[in-house]
Ligand binder design. Structure first.
Ligand SMILES: Cc1cc2nc3c(=O)[nH]c(=O)nc-3n(C[C@H](O)[C@H](O)[C@H](O)COP(=O)(O)OP(=O)(O)OC[C@H]3O[C@@H](n4cnc5c(N)ncnc54)[C@H](O)[C@@H]3O)c2cc1C
Length: 410
């Protein structure tokens, strides 16, 4: 049988989710064409490799499922079928060995994305996948899919289609959320795409910005104060920026921070600057005679705090709170930082929101459009950094690919 007599599956979006779906489909013997708006594939995947490609996470599978909070249930079958170990095996099948870092994050040995993507694309091409770059999907017509290309509009027909448009962070890499309008025009419900795993803004003084922007605060605990009390406590590090705060500790809390800002107009973050010492010990150390020493050197000698901590205390507390030993001790264990808004989605690592789960059946097929499947970050799930984003993209790519295969075989 020639490939033209095979049933054709098209995949739109050549990120990790789309490529994973394409691989399933071609391995099952279908003709597969991959379309993407950009001149080359996997641009965000490559960017992810710049700061150390974190492919997945080696914690217990039940813990990993919990990272998808509101969407654990909907993602469960896909993640069960393609868990963290399957991702490592898949990377290994491409000649890329992985290792588990100290925080149980899983990385390729060279930490890079490019060799993995290169080997993957080679295997896909050899298997028969065709790539059509600079094809921007615009929506549907009676005849099929309409793409904008350098030669004008092009109509493409397929037996099944898998959409993997991504979210809307870093839009210059291709995923710009333009798919939302055609989807909404077909009465497909989409939650607005909002910044996730992003920095948050607050108004630092000029002095603080000039001296401490770019500096990290390591080994601290952060908790979000919400109307129902203090929750979501995490330990880690974050970075002071010109406009506020960013970094892994903030990203881990970003879903909760975002919700709290939506509810109250701001979010109070409490920072425990001394997680290794309890309040009574901090009080005792602070009460020791200070003599002629400045507060800064007292905090350094008694509690090991540095200039950045002292400056942060001055940013966040009133002078009378700093003078009062009890209030200061309390603040060192729970320094209130008022976050006002998320940084723009253009800078975020990922986006939350996307196509509502109720639009999909268990095969990741649109209930209103049989034969049309969706995968990856365009779906309405959210997760912190730590390899969870790519894990869900790979797993939903596999699930949508399998879904399309099963549907075409029916
Ligand atoms: C700086 C940074 C670092 C990251 N690091 C990590 C990490 O270490 N670990 C991790 O797990 N995750 C990481 N991520 C997140 C991860 O890269 C994304 O979650 C993942 O790439 C999403 O995969 P996707 O296939 O759903 O979408 P994308 O990778 O965004 O791919 C979507 C594709 O669809 C194409 N497309 C969009 N609209 C159209 C259209 N209308 N027509 C045609 N084509 C279209 C785009 O051009 C793009 O190629 C990082 C992200 C960033 C920004």
């Amino acid at each position: 049988m020639t490939s033209t007599s095979l049933k054709k599956i098209i995949v739109i979006g050549a990120g990790p989710a789309g490529l994973m779906a394409a691989e399933r489909a071609v391995d099952a013997g279908f003709a597969v064409d991959v379309y993407d708006a950009m001149p080359s594939v996997g641009r965000k995947f490559l960017l992810a490799g710049k700061s150390g490609m974190n492919l997945t996470h080696a914690e217990a599978h039940s813990d990993l499922l919990e990272r998808y909070s509101n969407s654990s249930l909907q993602l469960r079958a896909a993640l069960d079928a393609f868990p963290a170990q399957a991702i490592c095996d898949w990377a290994s099948s491409l000649g890329v060995a992985t290792f588990v870092g100290s925080s149980k994050r899983v990385f390729p040995v060279d930490m890079k994305a490019a060799p993995l993507l290169r080997a993957w694309l080679h295997r896909l091409r050899v298997s028969g996948v065709n790539f059509f770059m600079r094809h921007k999907w615009q929506g549907w017509t009676e005849e099929g899919h309409i793409f904008q290309t350098s030669e004008g509009a092009k109509i493409v027909h397929a037996d099944a289609c898998i959409y993997a448009f991504g979210g809307a962070s870093w839009p210059r890499l291709g995923s710009d959320g333009a798919w939302l309008s055609p989807f909404q025009a077909q009465n497909l419900t989409v939650e607005p795409l909002t910044a996730s795993n992003c920095g948050f803004e607050l108004a630092w003084s000029d002095y603080f910005k000039q001296h401490f922007a770019g500096r990290p605060l390591t080994s601290v605990c952060a908790s979000v104060v919400s109307s129902s009390g203090i929750g979501s406590k995490r330990q880690g590090q974050f970075v002071i920026t010109d406009t506020g705060v960013e970094g892994s500790l903030i990203y881990a809390l970003s879903a909760t921070i975002r919700r709290q800002i939506e509810l109250a107009g701001y979010c109070e973050l409490q920072i425990d600057l001394l997680p290794g010492r309890d309040l009574s010990r901090v009080q005792k150390e602070l009460s020791m005679p200070r003599g002629s020493r400045s507060l800064s050197s007292h905090l350094r000698s008694k509690l090991g705090l540095h200039a950045i901590h002292t400056a942060l205390i001055h940013e966040c507390l009133r002078p009378e709170q700093i003078q009062d030993t009890d209030q200061l001790a309390l603040a060192l264990k729970a320094l209130p930082i008022k976050l006002l808004r998320a940084r723009p989605i253009e800078e975020a690592i990922s986006s939350a929101g996307g196509l509502q789960w109720s639009e999909l059946d268990e095969r990741f097929m649109l209930k209103k459009k049989p034969g049309h499947f969706c995968a990856g970050e365009m779906l309405n799930w959210d997760a912190p950094t730590g390899g969870y984003l790519l894990t869900a993209c790979f797993a939903t790519g596999v699930a949508a690919g399998q879904g399309a295969i099963a549907w075409l075989k029916e």
